[in-house]
Design a protein around this ligand. Structure first.
Ligand SMILES: Nc1ncnc2c1ncn2[C@@H]1O[C@H](COP(=O)(O)OP(=O)(O)OP(=O)(O)O)[C@@H](O)[C@H]1O
Length: 251
């Protein structure tokens, strides 16, 4: 269980997130939605303990800020928005970094079990046939999948995803979400993800948390939250009307 209680956090002494509280049970995913700049990435970074915060982030009864690095890495894996800075590693080597949480020392070799998990994670994202390629030679979508495989190899209890679909074509977006759904239900894990595409939120989310100016304005299942009149106010357009119009064009 992930529990966020009365969380405040931000930058340079200025609070972006104000009094955020919610819970996510094992076996469930939560999608965070809201307009640009409302604090979605800040929330993920705070849960991942990358930003100082006030209030509590508790996993299975334990405060994250009190965990050591390795036990924290077994609990939470973050796949953030990809940057342009990559090390010249192969896909295999990059994914193997996910096994850090289970290594015995800085220079310890990968075990057979590590190797099996790394290959399985690479296969899951469909890159096994190019596992020895340098990541500097990959497309944005392929890199996205490498980083996802690294989180799978880390095998944490909770995966945090910041716009994981933004470099992927439609088939890969759906494959990714299916993969995550399977990972959640087979292993009784948790995913908290920021998704901009509200169609994908409808498709994927168990629960939706809607943020505005750093505060929660709606929380619940997608049927309820995505029908809330707040949504139109938040984005400044009639979202449902727009989506329905687009659907008609496909007929
Ligand atoms: N490193 C930083 N230093 C100072 N302010 C920041 C920093 N990162 C983000 N902010 C500010 O915090 C606010 C929330 O940003 P955040 O990235 O969490 O929004 P978001 O909802 O994820 O946005 P987007 O949908 O555009 O990715 C914004 O006003 C942003 O300018």
């Amino acid at each position: 269980m992930l529990e966020v209680k009365n969380l405040y956090s931000g930058y340079d002494g200025r609070d972006i997130l104000k009094d955020i509280s919610f819970k996510v049970k094992n076996g469930e995913n939560l999608c965070i939605v809201g307009p640009n700049g409302c604090g979605k990435s800040t929330l993920l970074k705070s849960i991942a303990n990358l930003l100082e915060h006030r209030g509590s982030v508790i996993i299975d009864g334990k405060e994250v800020s009190s965990m050591n690095k390795k036990s924290f890495a077994r609990k939470i894996g973050l796949m953030s928005q990809i940057t342009q800075i990559y090390f010249p590693y192969t896909i295999y080597d990059t994914v193997s970094l996910g096994r850090y949480a289970y290594s015995k020392g800085a220079l310890s070799k990968l075990s057979k079990e590590d190797d099996r998990i790394i290959l399985e994670s690479i296969e899951k994202v469909g890159l096994l046939d190019i596992k020895d390629k340098m990541i500097t030679e990959l497309s944005g979508g392929q890199i996205q999948r490498v980083f996802l495989a690294r989180v799978f190899a880390q095998d944490p209890d909770i995966i945090l995803l910041d716009e994981p679909t933004n470099h992927l074509d439609l088939k890969n977006q759906i494959d990714l979400l299916e993969n995550l759904k399977e990972w959640i239900s087979l292993n009784n894990k948790i995913v908290v993800g920021v998704l901009h595409d509200l169609n994908l939120v409808q498709y994927f989310a168990d629960n939706v948390l809607m943020l505005k100016d750093g505060q929660i304005v709606a929380y619940g299942n997608p049927q309820t939250v995505l029908n809330d009149p707040i949504l139109d106010d938040l984005y400044g357009i009639d979202i449902k009307g727009f989506m329905t119009e687009i659907l008609k064009k496909w007929e």
